[in-house]
Design a protein around this ligand. Sequence first.
Ligand code: SAM
Length: 234
Amino acid sequence: MTLNRVEASAKIVQRYFSQPLPKLPQGFPNGWMSAKDLTVLYNAGLNAKGDVLEVGPWLGRSTTAIAAGLRQRETDGGTSLKYDSVDFGITSADEWVERFDEPFNLSKDKGRVAQAVYHPGGTIAVLIQNLLANDLLKYVTNIIRGDFLDSPISRKYSLIFCDATHDDKEIHRHMPRLAELAAPGCVLVFDDVVTEERADLVCGYLNVSDRFMTRAVYPDRKARCKLLVVETQT
Ligand SMILES: C[S@@+](CC[C@H](N)C(=O)[O-])C[C@H]1O[C@@H](n2cnc3c(N)ncnc32)[C@H](O)[C@@H]1O
């Protein structure tokens, strides 16, 4: 039993933590993901078997990690992959309230949220700027502004990162479409899914072959690795 756990951890580390995050000229944009979280996304991009989908890039912290992985993958001789990224792309306080059903707080995250929302073009414009700054924009095929459920996307994806399954409501709202978009053998990474109950809820929509929580490998609160990674059956 203990040996299995150790073996499982070794497998996870090998697949999702083996390559360190690269140094980038402008660093990683502001956001809420830890260096360990970003390392998982970077390695997932690096080893992607096919096209990539992201739901919820915000200002591109996660996007930067995935795109940097895809860039390194190409440098290593891999074919270029499609990478579609979808976000509400908030441009006003009213839109914030409408989308998130919560008051818009000007001082949230030391005012950085308001700064991005009130930037000309809103958060999507900041996302594009942040990707350009690290010369990574060309690795993102489509940046779509709007509700992911209304997005005109029809590919099957081999890597999906979703930062929009934070509670039961979001899980039930987003998982049916994500399950449709997942190719066989897809790797799906979910941020902030840290309880077994929520992981069960997410996995209930998928044909799971393997699943794990990154905090099982890095339980230290300071390391803050809070992802659920699911691999589906081939
Ligand atoms: C926690 S933030 C993402 C943070 C980002 N991944 C990072 O690394 O900093 C969640 C994002 O999901 C987006 N989002 C939530 N539900 C969505 C939906 N149905 N369609 C498109 N975007 C959505 C929000 O607009 C928000 O930008």
